[in-house]
Ligand binder design. Structure first.
Ligand code: ARG
Length: 582
């Protein structure tokens, strides 16, 4: 294990247990502080338990603490804190663990089968920024969990079923686009998905004959009428082609094999209801079949229903989600389920999870979680929309991001070919958008601001990407013998900035685990930003190529190389590329 704080925690826990007459386990509460590389604060709670003075207990703890190989002499400070400074040679030794492709990140102690439900846009509708957030956050979590050795199953719970499909199919018919082979024509006609949806909606609202046909169409569709199904499938195919293209452009890891739309569960909905009924979990309420999971109440304290089957016999969003939950646990073998969905759907999801618990699908061995996120706001603080008030189209957003990044790249570099400029601008533009989303606390709303996300300073992807490229360029410029000798064994730490950089590098493992375990990509972003800042301080204080002594030069080059690899690895977990030249 390379993380010095984790090593100190282990040692301190052992020492604390030795001081307790019952040998009880204690949390040593080890954290970095302003005054020391690590501060052990556990003596305070232990003193309380033993009824002794905290400073005395801290003194005994120092005596019992076996950290000579890692730290300089421990110091007791304040009411009973223990300040530890890591030894330079110990830090250099620990860096050896960072040289694998895993950059020192330990695999998860217990690998799980994790279903990550994310993206989930709706057929025949434009993906909105909420879906963009789900896509970006879900992808970062899926990548990070897979990196830790979990078996990750991506599930794109596409909205491809429900009452709107009656009017959408009728509108398709009226537009004369019913020939399944004319894929190109369809794509063109439905390419403006929102316009298509709005037109269908407008006719539904104003033309009674159309509305009547639409209702009949839903019935036919749900009854499995082959022609209705064929027409519906055209809509699904046009939409998924469009979404898949968006995923490719966004460089997210969702593939066609990950689509598991709501309609996938059509054939099992009767069975799911039968099972819930047999378990006594459903009651008829106004003709509808409802579950009333305990603990969910309306404003007046009345129990809230989860409508499993509507009075007209139709199934809705809740039924599908119940079927999906059962499938994920029973058939996919998930032991961990993450639903990366906007905060407004919290009650719906929690009710579905509660019914899943009542039904016995989910027990204590299974972790089901709503990974919620806030809204995307424009710079005016209102919901993020185009100037005309429409949903921002993903394709246009990507184009704008890459276009703006191109301006940035062109202003800075002069030795890239056109293709390289395009490639780098794509990496930076996408990186900026993704990182802006990931680096803010996901449950909060976040403000979409081009200038801030593309800034070359501050906690942004471009800052990290440029820092990474500068490290690569130093390595490329180094004398070949120096570069070849700049392995981790060459690291000799003497300067404070080198010490701090090494310490930052060794924090990678903890940051990745926290990101995955607590579902907080922003924790990893903050880490990468602090690492890049520690590097900047190091670079300003410690000449690398200009160091006269080859031993020093090679040591510093090795630090550059390690920092570049940790930065690239961390960005990759977030779904962001780190070009070597910008
Ligand atoms: N399609 C839904 C929407 O656009 C999101 C689905 C989220 N996943 C789920 N299992 N309910 O709001």
């Amino acid at each position: 294990m390379a993380d010095p704080l984790a090593l100190i925690s282990e040692r301190a826990a052992t020492a604390m247990a030795a001081l307790d007459p019952d040998g009880a386990p204690h949390d040593p509460v080890v954290r970095p502080s302003q005054h020391a590389d690590a501060q052990v604060n556990g003596a305070l709670a232990l003193a309380k338990r033993l009824g002794r003075s905290p400073r005395d207990v801290a003194g005994d703890l120092v005596a019992a603490l076996d950290v000579d190989d890692l730290c300089l002499t421990p110091e007791v400070a304040g009411p009973g804190f223990i300040n530890l400074t890591l030894r330079d040679d110990a830090l250099a030794g620990l860096l050896g663990d960072l040289t694998s492709d895993r950059c020192g990140v330990r695999p998860a102690a217990e690998p799980h089968t994790v279903v990550v439900d994310y993206s989930a846009p709706n057929v025949a509708k434009e993906m909105h920024v909420g879906h963009l957030r789900s896509t970006i956050i879900g992808d970062a979590l899926a990548r990070t969990l897979a990196f830790l050795g979990h078996h990750v199953i991506r599930q794109n719970h596409l909205g491809d079923w429900g009452t709107p499909f009656g009017m959408l199919v009728e509108h398709l018919v009226d537009s004369g686009l019913t020939d399944g082979d004319a894929a190109g024509t369809h794509a063109a006609a439905v390419s403006d998905l929102n316009a298509f949806y709005k037109a269908a909606r407008a006719r539904f609202d104003t033309d009674p004959e159309f509305a009547e046909r639409s209702r009949a169409r839903v019935v036919a569709l749900q009854a499995g009428d082959p022609d209705s199904r064929r027409l519906w499938r055209i809509l699904v195919e046009v939409s998924t082609t469009y979404f898949s293209d968006a995923y490719d452009r966004l460089e997210v890891s969702l593939t066609d094999g990950d689509y598991a739309g709501e309609s996938t569960y059509n054939d099992v909905l009767d069975d799911v209801v039968a099972e819930l009924e047999a378990k006594g979990l459903l009651v008829t309420d106004d003709g509808a079949l409802c579950a009333f999971p305990p603990g969910f109440e309306g404003r007046e304290g009345e129990p809230l229903p989860l409508i499993v089957r509507k009075a007209d016999g139709g199934y809705g969003y809740a039924a599908t989600d119940l079927a999906a939950l059962r499938h994920r646990v029973r058939d996919l073998g998930a032991t961990e389920l993450l639903y990366v969905v906007g905060a407004p759907q919290h009650d719906h999801l929690e009710m579905v999870f509660a019914v899943g618990r009542q039904a016995g699908w989910v027990d204590d061995t299974i972790d089901v979680e709503h990974v919620a996120f806030g809204s995307v706001l424009g710079e005016d603080g209102k919901m993020f929309r185009t100037r005309a008030g429409d949903t921002v189209k993903l394709a246009e957003l990507v184009d704008e991001a890459v276009g703006r990044a191109r301006t940035l790249v062109e202003a800075k570099s002069n030795d890239l070919t056109d293709d390289e400029v395009t490639d780098v601008a794509t990496a930076i533009g996408l990186g900026a958008v993704k990182y802006a989303d990931l680096s803010s606390d996901r449950v909060k709303d976040y403000v979409f601001a081009w200038d801030r996300m593309l800034a070359l300073t501050g906690n942004t992807a471009p800052y990290l990407q440029y820092a990474h490229a500068r490290m690569c360029s130093i390595l490329a410029k180094a004398d070949p013998d120096d570069a070849a000798s700049a392995t981790v064994d060459a690291v000799r730490i003497t300067e404070a900035a080198e010490h701090d950089l090494a310490l930052a590098l060794l924090g990678f493992d903890a940051a990745v685990h926290a990101c995955a375990d607590r579902r907080v990509p922003h924790r990893l972003c903050t880490y990468l930003y602090e690492l890049a800042s520690a590097y900047t301080t190091f670079y300003e204080a410690c000449p690398v190529l200009r160091a006269d002594d080859p031993v020093v030069r090679r040591s510093r080059l090795a630090l550059c190389r390690l920092t570049a690899s940790v930065l690239a690895c961390g960005l990759d977990l977030l779904g962001i590329r780190a070009p070597t030249r910008v």
